[in-house]
Design a protein around this ligand. Sequence first.
Ligand SMILES: C[S@@+](CC[C@H](N)C(=O)[O-])C[C@H]1O[C@@H](n2cnc3c(N)ncnc32)[C@H](O)[C@@H]1O
Length: 218
Amino acid sequence: MSGRRIVTEWFRVPSVWALLEVQLFGRADDVTVWSGACGTGEEAYSAAITLERRSICGQVLATDVDRANLDVARAGRYELKALENEVNEGRLWADDLWRYFEPDTDSRFLRVTPAVRERVTFDVLDLGVDPVPACDAALLRNVWRHLSPGAQRRAAAGVRAALTDEGRLYLGGGDLMRPDGWGGLESVAPAGLVEHFAEAEHSLIWRPRTPHRPSAGE
Ligand SMILES: C[S@@+](CC[C@H](N)C(=O)[O-])C[C@H]1O[C@@H](n2cnc3c(N)ncnc32)[C@H](O)[C@@H]1O
């Protein structure tokens, strides 16, 4: 697994994870978090650890278009050095490292614990082409920017239809949404988090617009 390198992190943009936790904590029903471009798994397992840490009932659906990334993600095996770096940079808590990872047969690696792995299922999904799964939180972070306008339009309509009323779409810092959220989504701007992202299209968090206003061509 270790040869594959994509740009991703554990708990990428920590303040967003705090807001995801706030969104999901205390829910009586089962929640589903969809990591729609899960890469090599760091984002999906970060979501699973968030659920596990707070004993939130629910699961993570982790999808990606790239099967090789999914193979790495499924293995749940990460270099100790890279994980220590995440701790040093303040994204992964040292406590979580010891609670949610276990030794691998190769001492240079740690594996995500079965309790965390069992929360996550993996599948192939091409954004803008395949149907969007029903979910409470859709993480399309650091992939949105790579989608064509047509794929963004289809994905936004799919996300709008798939999200529960209280659902949220989470994007990455460089992922520009069309300011009207393609007609179906509106920006959420929690105080302090996105104050430096003054324009709506830079917002990291979106929610279903009510009532739904279809975008052109939908
Ligand atoms: C930079 S990684 C982002 C990983 C993670 N979401 C994060 O923010 O750290 C981008 C991922 O998007 C995936 N990707 C690119 N185009 C895609 C598409 N059309 N559908 C699904 N995944 C796609 C790539 O395979 C890659 O794993």
